[in-house]
Design a protein around this ligand. Sequence first.
Ligand code: CA
Length: 439
Amino acid sequence: MTQSTLNETHNPSLKSWVQSANDGKTDFPIQNLPFASFNETTGGKGFRGGVAIGDQIVDLKAVSEAGLFDGLAKDAVDAAANEKLNTFMAMGKEAWSALRAALSGALAEGSEQQTAMEACLVAQSDVEYGNPCHIPDYTDFYASVHHATNIGALFRPDNPLLPNYKWIPIGYHGRSSSIGVSGQSFPRPKGQTKAPDAAEPSFGPCKRLDFELEMGAFVGKGNDIGESVSIEDAEDHVFGMCLFNDWSARDIQGWEYQPLGPFLAKNFASTISPWIVTMEALAPYRVAFSHPADDPQPLPYLTSDENSAKGGLDIELEVLLQTEKMRNAGEAAVSLATSNMKYSYWTIAQMMTHHTVGGCNMQAGDLMATGTMSGPDASEACAMIELTSGGKNPITLPNGETRTFLEDGDTVVVKGFCKSDQPVRIGFGECAGTVLPAK
Ligand code: CA
């Protein structure tokens, strides 16, 4: 059994002595317990591992130093106390699960450890976040058939979906150095672009800057070079998931992408949510996975009974926009689209297995993003290029502003949560990033 199974930490009736975890609205009830790297905004003690509970963070370094846990949970919290979570992530599923169980017990109503744990809490309002781990490599998949078809139709009207799409989890190797955590801002990229009617390309700031609403999966335990990870074992190697915004320069992309795919159009910034929700926390929100009966069925190395029965994930996603004008007027971000991870044409297990099938070694902290997770409906288009039909149909915002692509000062916010038919809702927090003027 590779997927996490339900245990006492998922019990819907569990409540925490941290009251803000029990209101039914927080992203971080006791059933979630996601991981981040944080530091106090003022007078910080240094970045270290933390776990969200309600509006608080459990300072894992403080828990480690207080010696509150025993056995494997102690080894795990000692590792997770570091600035980056890589060592903890590399320990594997038993260690992740042991720490989750220990934290759940210590944070539950009636815990004998309440007083000791209270000394380890830091308010989320007082902190900033760093990337939760060092990210050795980053890969971006292309797992929404709806996005692939919509984009393909814009770039290649006669041939939107290439014949390999329904057989291979398509992806490309991206750039990890420019991945930043929520709150990231970055200058509008410059580069070569060529209008269709222009004789030659020109150089300058990107005019068609876009976002892509995606999810990311972090590798935990790696695999040796030359060894592949079977679909049956795939989720033993995946630590958890985050929200992901793959900022994209469409005009640069249109000129550079053939024949080798995205390059400078995608390497200037990508933003992740600070919190990694573990695959164990996601266990109640699994759904069946299948390709439509008329489509090619996955090859045997991408097929398992478990992957078919519950390889999918029911994660509701939303992308919102706040312009500079809205921000100055004190107006909240407005929703541009909603979607769901369950629309993915490939599962996280299939992505992990396919990535390693030729012998590629994955390492703790490697990030696999899903690709723009657009759904079948037009309201579920998760990039501006889809929402505006390639810039032809501008969006009108409630304050009267219009957008075809992103303007300087725009902040894009991605949110995600799981509910399904479950009694407990867990969420991912948010992933926000802001476009600055070109340098
Ligand atoms: Ca992408």
